[in-house]
Every structure is written in C-alpha cells, then in structure tokens.
Design a protein around this ligand. Sequence first.
Ligand code: ADP
Ligand code: MG
Length: 693
Amino acid sequence: MRPSILFPLFADTRSLPGVGPRLEKLISQVAGTRLKDLIFHLPTGVIDRSYRPKLIAAEAGRIVTASVNVLDHLPPRDKRQPFKVRCSDDTATIELVFFHAHQDWLNKSLPVGSQRVISGKVERFNNRLSMPHPDFIAAPGEEMPLHEPVYALTEGLSGKVLSKAIRGALEKVSPLPEWLDPAYQKKMKWPAFHEAIKAAHSPVKEADLAPETPERQRLAYDELLSNQLALMLVRKQMREVNKGRVLKAEGRLKAKALAALHFTLTEAQQQAIAEIEADMASPQRMLRLLQGDVGAGKTVVAFMALLDAVEAGTQGALMAPTEILSRQHMAGLEKLAEASGVKMALLTGREKGAPRAALLKALAEGEIDILIGTHALFSDDVVFKDLGLVVVDEQHRFGVHQRMTLQGKGEHVTDVLVMTATPIPRTLALTAYGDMEVSRLFGRPPGRQPIETRVLPVSRLEDVVEHLRKALAAGTRAYWVCPLVEESEKIDLAAAEDRARELSATLGPKVGLVHGKMKAAERDAAMAKFKAGELQLLVATTVIEVGVDVPEATIMVVEHAERFGLAQLHQLRGRVGRGSGKSSCLLVYAPPLGETAKARLSTLRDTDDGFVIAEEDLKLRGPGELLGTRQSGQLEFRLADISAHGELLACARDDAALILSRDPDLKSDRGVALRVLLYLFGQDEAVKYLRAG
Ligand code: ADP
Ligand code: MG
C-alpha cells in the first residue's frame, strides 16, 4: 500500500495558514478535522460575479461588479451612522456603505481619486444606488474571482474564511493512482479524482451543483465503491474470523409446532425458513436480515428457527424493542412452545429480585431453551449455557452497537437473525445491511382483507365520529392516533388526553388512552383491556406503532395524518387488517396540505405494498431519516446522494464483488489503488482487515 501519497490530506486543518484553534473548531463543526474532510465539503451554491452593467442600469438586489472612481469619503456625524464612500463610473454614482469601519482601512483600500473594482449586492432607494459592505474591493489588475462557491457554514465561520481553507486543502490534492476500471471511466466520461474534486469546488452556474455532473458522479461513485468494498471485506472477515458452527436440526420440534398452528405457512414463509435453516446448518456464521411488511408473519418464521437451534442442542434468544412486544411474543408463542416441548421464559426490566435470580440460574444451567425479552437481555449478568441463535425483532429500534454486543453473548459465535418491519428499499438495504444476507417476506398471510384507506379533511371529523359510533355499537374495536407535535411530548399528551375525554363523552365508557409517558404496567393493562374487548376504542400517541397485535381491531383513525411520515403511517395502518374482518384506515388531515404531505397521503391511499411505500418514502425523505440511523453514521454519505445515485450504487456493488472475486486481498495494481480509496473514505475496518490478511 502507498498511503503516503495521502499523508498531506490527513493533516489537521490547523496546519493550514491562518487556521488556529478557534477556526479549527468551527471548521470541525461543518466539515471535520482533517484536510480530507475539507475537500469533501462540497459547495451548495455559487455566487456569480460576472454581471457587470453600467451603474445606471444596475438592477437592485443583484450582485454587481463595477469599475469605479472613488470620489470622496463621507464620515458619519455620529458613531451609529455608517461611513459612506461615493464612487462613480461614467453613467452614475454609487455609495459604498460601511458600518463600524476603520477609517485607516478605508483610506488604504479606497483612496480618494483612485480606480477600483468593486463587487457586491446593490440596493436602490429613491433612485440612489448603494452597496452595503462590498464583498470585494480590488485595485485594477488585482485578481477577483468571477465565480465563488458557497458552502454550508456555522455561526462565526464566514464563507470567505472557509473558502480559503478549502482552497488551501485542495492544493494538497495530488494525482492519485486511478482505481476506477478504465473502460467504465471512459464510458462515463469521468475525470480523474483530483480533477473531479477540484471541479466540484469550482461551480460557475447552478447546474454545476447537480448530482449528475461528471465530477459529482465520479466522486459519488468513489464513495459508494469504497462503502461497498468495505462492507464486503468486513463481512468476509466476520465469516472467516468468527467461524460459525453447524446448527442442524431434522425438524422434529418444528413439526410439533406446525401441527399445533391453526394455519399453514405461506410459500414465502417456507422459503424464508429454508434460507435460514441453510445458513444455520452451514459452518459459517449466519447474519441474515428478514424483511417483511407489518403483519407479513415474521414471528412464526423466527420461532421455527429458534426451535431448530434448540433441537440442535443450543439455546435461542428473541429480542424485542419494547416490553409490550416481548410480552406479546411470549403470549403468542406460549402454545407453540408447549406443543413442541421447549421451555420458554421472559426477561424484561420488570423481572427483579428472587424470580430474576432463579431465571438466570435456570438459563445458565440450560434449563431454559428460549429466552424472550427486551434490552434486558444485554445485561452483563445474563449468561446462557450455550446460545446458538439470536433473533432481533424490529431492528430499526436497535442501534448498531447493540447488534455488536449481542453477537458477543454466546461462548461460541452465535447465529443472528434480524427482523425488520420497515421494508427497506434495495439500495438502502445494501448500504445499511450490506454485512448481511437478506430474506424478504413478500405479501401477507391469506385470509386478510385489503384495508380500505380514506383521506379526509378535518371538517369531516364529525362524520368520522358518527361512523365510529355505529361501528362500536356493532362490536368493532378501533384505534385513534393523535397528532405528533414536534419536540414536545407534553403537547402530544395534552392533545391525546383532550381527545380521549371528548370521545368518551360522545361514545361512552369503552374509550381508553395509552401514551408514551405512562408506566409500562399501566400501559400494558390498558392494552390488555383493549385486547380483551373491555375497551373498544383506544386513543393513543404513537406507542402503538410497533408490532401490537389485536386481530379484532378493524378501524384506524389517524388525526393530523399530514404530520406523520409515510413509513410511520404505513406502520400504523398495519395495526388493522390483521384479522378476517374488513378493515379501514381513515387519514384525517388539516388543510392546506403541502406538496409532500399530499404525495404521502395519496401514496398511502393507492398502495399497501410496504416495499413500494419504502421506495416512495426514500424519494420524499432522506435515507438517514428513513432508517432512524442518523446518529449511527451508517448512512451518512458525504458526496453520494442515494436518491440521485441509486443506479451508481448498484454498479458499485457489482464492481466491488467483481474486484474481490478476482483480487480478494487487493494486491494487484488496481487493488493497491483501491486501498488508497478505502483509506481516503475512512473505511478503517476494511483497511485493518487487509493489513491483517
Ligand atoms: P409481523 O411480520 O408483523 O411480525 P406477525 O408475525 O405478528 O407479523 O403475524 C401477524 C399475524 O398473522 C399473527 O396473528 C400471526 O399469527 C398471523 N399469521 C402468520 N402467518 C400466518 C399464515 N401463514 N396464515 C395465517 N395467519 C398467519
Ligand atoms: Mg412482528
């Protein structure tokens, strides 16, 4: 490897002339601490100084560059007034206006009688032209940039200062060995890396900022390729270093459970189970993502895998993100566990004292086959005798860190199955879960009626309540979800409480309320009452979003639906239509609807395919938001824009796979260049792996 060519780019920003500790800190807030971070801080706009009218014709509000004579200085009468400098060309006069200016500086840069080129935004009052604080004042022949990039800034950091730092960093970019496939690069007409990065910082018009320019495409591709290479290398390492073990079952326990099921598995479920079993039976460690829409029937798939693990002589764990969900899993699976003769237990934060100690002892001695629970499963004192398989439900609620902790739980390396109800667009699945294999559960179990979705303005609220009254009288169960008010759980709660009071005043006593601030026990009690039918209408903040299963519920009302995200609405809608009854979802909005909100609601009305919705959601929002992983930094591409560069990602993936199949250790010439690429984009894990190998 020759990372030495990159050394200059890894220098601290403080090494730049003019950058001290204060600026270094400000720069680190917008870009990072190294020069390479600066060069990847691409402009978001461009200032055009090419408008050079005669002053008499200068349009107010535009950036004007003009050659002028300095006529005279007009110092202010008192300090609160600005200092003015009058200038003119041969058509008109202009006043340069300075607040808090030093006279010495003005005398030096704008001496009376001299010629100067000035540039800045002009204003016109009563036909008097002025330019407050010119951006540039240059003597004739002095250089002035015609076009200036505009960067994202932070308070205290000016565009001029940041631009200068970035220019300084760009000077350190020397030609690097080319890592792109020459034929591909030629076909795409992409410049070399150092040319591309410089071009990306030199826009002259808006169009130069578009993700489709050759330079931005190339840089995006570089980033995506490094991401894909790194994921593949890390996955390979995980497989090699953490060799898995063979968990092979004949399916005895599974058969018993299947016989006790009151339905038959769909083809999609059988397929997923087969894929999981093949992984478990192989000597490699399983890292598999099971993707399936809400209600697709993932739980039973996971349970079959857990039974296989038990039959193979190990233990299994099933983790859910909330207490409600783990209890629900426990309750839902109890019968199947009994039928197949395995011992199952529940561990949440609520199990304490002697019962907890007894449970942990039984677990350590291997008397418990399957442990279900929340984050409590991560506690240090939870020791399995021999953990073979971990299933993580609703993955998007777990952080990457937790995923790692979990993998270290078993004495041997455990197989991991991750389930997510947020169908992830293909492109995203590649970047977020590139270290995993993916099974997809398409469609839903049979016997489900499609959910009728209606979008209504809030003026129809009374009709909705009337509709509910009839439905409740007929024994229906329904949810009413209250609006999400940004950043204030208190207001959320107040709104939900008011709504619950109003509804129970009109609809009677069978109205209950659940919200995020409730104690877990209270909330569970309310949920249990709803499940049992003692409550018929459940008013809720979004706590019901995840996984709650009440098949008798057939109506979902979402108030202020325009405030929810697409995926969220889809999840909420998935709470109904779980039984055989005909279900409906009423999305009530407060007009006027913005464009995005309109698009969201009509997408939802037109389709209930989670994968379609996910793709749409990706278009309407950013990828980070979609997965709720902004903090994890997993999807934070600096240069690539997944919604614009999706096709490039697919190419990068194919490219990476091809490269590694030919040169797994990146030892060829191109391989060496690719190591440079990995370094450049901070894929340290991958680089470490290569060094070890
Ligand atoms: P999710 O994928 O959202 O976790 P669940 O596993 O909770 O979905 O399944 C939703 C409901 O569908 C459960 O009540 C479950 O018993 C039921 N179910 C699962 N598979 C089938 C099937 N093959 N036929 C009929 N019902 C099924
Ligand atoms: Mg589920």
